[in-house]
Design a protein around this ligand. Structure first.
Ligand SMILES: NC(=O)c1ccc[n+]([C@@H]2O[C@H](COP(=O)([O-])OP(=O)(O)OC[C@H]3O[C@@H](n4cnc5c(N)ncnc54)[C@H](O)[C@@H]3O)[C@@H](O)[C@H]2O)c1
Length: 264
């Protein structure tokens, strides 16, 4: 069967794309030739990334989106269709971390974590798949999970671990449900990637453990077989592969981009 795709001129939405990994993904998909919507709570940051992505020659759109809000999730896809005339790819990248001892997790912590990382991702997948089915598009969804969804990579972001396991479970579920329609749903599991989120995590861990952020960082790095933290670009490369032609025979997968920490 010839199921090749050409992503040039196709349309992608990347959530949480004002900074960090999401920014790198938006720039990479633009470099691949896609028109890209940069959706983030941080509107000014999104606009900056949209301008940079446009240097690759495609169209871009910056939107202020809170992915926990149903109306915003619907709007980011609708406005993408209005601006680019189509919708092909959703990258669910927006996410948060809250650092805490497991026994200190209260219901507000749990709800916030699950609302942003798990619930919003589930319903964004739903919105995307509805449009892909309606337009008979062989679309792709890539969800940003984490190695924390496969192992308790640390016990100090306990509900985060759970939220990312939920992302992996929903990735497999949507993949199985819509494979016959040609819609592919995969996940990427970053390890330690150098971003604002990672800096914040080191600072919070240091406070909880009465250590310096440098000591926490050294400890984290010592567990990476390749010996150094990843760059957002490395994660973006995996997303580009999964969203593109070379990944066309993959669905329901969860690819680790972690310097060798996990081998499953
Ligand atoms: N950095 C790492 O080492 C690492 C490791 C594993 C997984 N991840 C995952 O990769 C993704 C990106 O991580 P990052 O390190 O780039 O994070 P980051 O904190 O640097 O960026 C996250 C972006 O998401 C946006 N965001 C947060 N809540 C939002 C909401 N409700 N609606 C819209 N946008 C929202 C923020 O404004 C920010 O621009 C996350 O899902 C994270 O869990 C990161």
């Amino acid at each position: 069967m010839d199921d090749r795709i050409d992503v040039r001129g196709q349309a992608a939405v990347v959530t949480g794309a004002a900074t960090g990994i999401g920014r790198a993904i938006a720039l990479r998909l633009a470099a691949d030739g896609m028109n890209v919507t940069i959706a983030d709570l941080n509107e000014a940051g999104a606009a900056k990334v949209a301008a940079q992505a446009a240097e690759h020659g495609g169209k871009t759109l910056a939107l202020r989106v809170d992915i926990t809000q149903a109306a915003d999730r619907e709007r980011m896809i609708a406005q993408t269709r209005d601006a680019f005339g189509r919708f092909d790819v959703l990258v669910n990248n927006a996410g948060i971390q809250i650092i805490s001892d497991p026994l200190a997790v209260d219901e507000a912590h749990w709800d916030r974590m699950m609302n942003v990382n798990a619930k919003a991702t589930w319903f964004a997948c739903q919105s995307a798949i509805r449009v892909l089915l309606e337009t008979q598009t062989r679309g792709r969804i890539v969800n940003l999970a984490s190695i924390a969804g496969k192992m308790a990579s640390t016990v100090l972001h306990p509900a985060y671990n759970v939220s990312k396991a939920a992302v992996l479970a929903m990735t497999k579920t949507f993949a199985a449900a819509y494979a016959a329609k040609g819609i592919r749903v995969n996940a990427v599991c970053p390890g330690v990637i150098q971003t604002d989120m990672q800096d914040a995590v080191d600072a919070e861990f240091a406070k909880l453990q009465a250590r310096t952020p440098e000591a926490v960082r050294a400890d984290r790095l010592s567990r990476i077989p390749l010996g150094y933290p990843g760059d957002p670009d490395m994660v973006a490369g995996a997303v580009s592969f999964l969203a593109g032609n070379d990944g066309r025979y993959l669905t329901g997968q969860a690819i680790n981009v972690d310097g060798g920490i996990l081998t499953y």
